[in-house]
Design a binder for this molecule. Sequence first.
Ligand code: URA
Length: 373
Amino acid sequence: MPGNCGCNTCAGASPCELNRDVCQLKELVRSQGKQLGQLVRHMKMGCKKPPKESTIKGLSPCLKCLQPDVLYHLGMDTATMDFPKVFGDVRFVCMGGTAERMERFAYKIMKELSLKLNPATTLRNMAEPGHRYALYKVGPVLCVSHGMGCPSISILLHELIKMLHHAKCQDPVFIRIGTCGGIGIEPGTVVISSEALDGMLNPYYELIVQGKVVLYSSKLDQCLANELLSLAIPCEDEFCTIIGKTICTNDFYEGQTRLDGAFCDYTNQSKTAYLQSVQCQGVVNFDMESTAFAALTNRANIRSAVVSMCIVNRMEGDQILSPPECLSEWEKRPQVLVARYIRKEFLKRDDDSDTEAYEEVCPSACLEGDKAI
Ligand code: URA
């Protein structure tokens, strides 16, 4: 005798019918859950007021009067570009010396964040009209080249900080991904700066303003530095990551006690003694941008970190003798660490509607041939 379900295999009570009901109910719950999720997302979006101001602090009161504000070296201005629309979503600003390195990093980040690009398009250098720096935008990440030395990075930071302020950005994090000269460390090592020190080993960036010396603190964000260090995977990574103090100099040659510059008024012995003495004080590397980078981001209430790749051990020599293939392979190392951080932060977002927005064709990447967005 067939069961209520009409099935010949079960009789009396109808497990088939029950099964079907359970399946239907499950489907109903699943689809209602989906609708509910969408509703909550839309409500969240509806309730979320666009921010009135950026979280950037301490800026010049004169900015209010600049209409338009011309970011001369970036080739942009607030009259012809809608900054909140183009840059309002920026959460990470990654900076490195050369345009090519930062373009390669932009493509890496695109892959890491699973942002897709139409195969016929390429990323666009948005700072091309300024003829100075290169700037690529990939979703919430800006990848910018800063050139060499404190003056170059300082000019760029003034304009980037104003840009993010005009764009009403919220809590952006700045990371310099650079190269450095190591002190007693192997070339290829990744160094996270715990502190940025000037040539006198003081944690300051010195600027002469109106004929007077002004000192700005060049302390770096310890939590961010430790967080980046925690993302190293010693048993998996093909490189070592260490943390230590960085001396920032105004010169690559004499400023970093090299013997191979055009001029040299000291001896090999005094060079070795100097390197040993700074090493004893916890210094692990030299660079040429970290004090200005730390000081300007500090002044703006922006969290920042410096992650560099060591290209020479200064205890062993001055010239960069590693083959170009090695250098270009090592270049990826600090990028791996920073990409891990960005990916982790990006996925942490509670508002998954943003992730959806980035998933498709990367609408927030600035592409060659496109308009600003
Ligand atoms: N950058 C520096 O400032 N010094 C080096 O030795 C290498 C890179």
